[in-house]
Design a protein around this ligand. Structure first.
Ligand code: MN
Length: 304
């Protein structure tokens, strides 16, 4: 018997990344993670005729993967491994920080004048979080076309399609297009928790209309969902096995203890561990002041 529990809505925060307006759908009050996903920024849609709406100077990461997905436009990625890739719609960039990496992301010189997408992070399990850094560019993820819509699987597996992106715990990430006047039914892994974020248009999950801008959480136990849309819509789906470890997030670091965060910050400030990003012209980002981190047991993710 399938469980079709009504989703729980959470209200994202509005923030900025340089000059770019961001809707931060994870972490939010009351919901820190969905499976291993611990961070979800939504940017755009926007059109521009001058400047670079995305220009994030070199900055460090530990303990996480970044997953970048675009609906429109392009992002140039450069990192301390000397990886270079221009991300475009249909492709995915997955950067595994392991113990240390630095990267920069910017609107490339050759661009369409559009920007619309998401950037997510996954927390790395303790057993692998101190491993080697890596970067993977997938130019085109698997795509399933059906009568009800189009399913693009950028992370994990869904409806028989598997992304070539390399992940380190059970996970799913997909961009779901629901065709106008149709319903898109998808099988879900019942051991996963999931969340939905409307990217475009009006959509309903079974009988419930989903409001744009809210994150909708679906607990474990659900093995199917049906999305429908009167005029067409796009929805982001993320999920995974509930992450079994408490994490500590501060700035661009995912760790377990305040001491690890402090050491990573000191290493970045001193120019140790992370390397530089030679492809980026301009100064790197300074770490913010380290305010007192509360003990992990009272506040798992105090700074996020
Ligand atoms: Mn980053």
């Amino acid at each position: 018997m399938s469980i079709r529990t009504a989703p729980t809505p959470y209200t994202p925060k509005h923030t900025t990344l340089g000059s770019l307006d961001i809707v931060r759908a994870l972490p939010v009050k009351g919901r820190r993670m969905v499976g291993p996903w611990c961070f979800l920024d939504r940017f755009g849609p926007l059109s521009f005729t001058e400047g670079m709406p995305m220009d994030v100077a070199p900055h460090p990461h530990i303990g996480l993967q970044t997953v970048s997905w675009l609906l429109d436009g392009e992002i140039a990625h450069d990192d301390s491994l000397r990886s270079e890739a221009v991300l475009r719609p249909g492709g995915v960039n997955v950067m595994t920080s392991g113990r240390a990496i630095a990267h920069a992301e910017r609107t490339p010189r050759d661009h369409t004048g559009k920007l619309n997408g998401v950037q997510l992070w996954t927390a790395l399990p303790d057993a692998v979080r101190h491993g080697e850094p890596a970067f993977q560019h997938v130019p085109q993820v698997p795509l399933i076309e059906s009568r009800g819509g189009v399913t693009q699987v950028f992370s994990g597996s869904l409806a028989g399609a598997s992304s070539p992106a390399h992940h380190l715990s059970p996970i799913v990430g997909a961009d779901l297009t629901v065709h106008a006047g149709h319903a898109l039914e998808l099988p879900l892994e019942s051991s996963f928790e999931h969340a939905l974020l409307v990217l475009e248009g009006q959509v309903a999950l079974e009988d419930q209309a989903l409001e744009g801008g809210l994150l909708y959480y679906l607990p474990v136990g659900r093995d199917v969902m049906t999305l429908s849309s009167p005029a067409g819509a796009r929805v982001l789906l993320v999920g995974g096995e509930p992450f079994p470890e408490a994490i500590l997030m501060w700035w661009n670091f995912v760790a377990r203890t305040p001491e690890e965060i402090k050491a990573a910050r000191e290493d970045w400030t001193a120019g140790r561990r992370f390397g530089d990003v030679p492809a980026y012209q301009g100064p790197r980002l300074d770490a913010p002041a380290l305010l007192a981190l509360k003990p992990l047991e009272t506040a798992p993710n105090p700074m996020s």
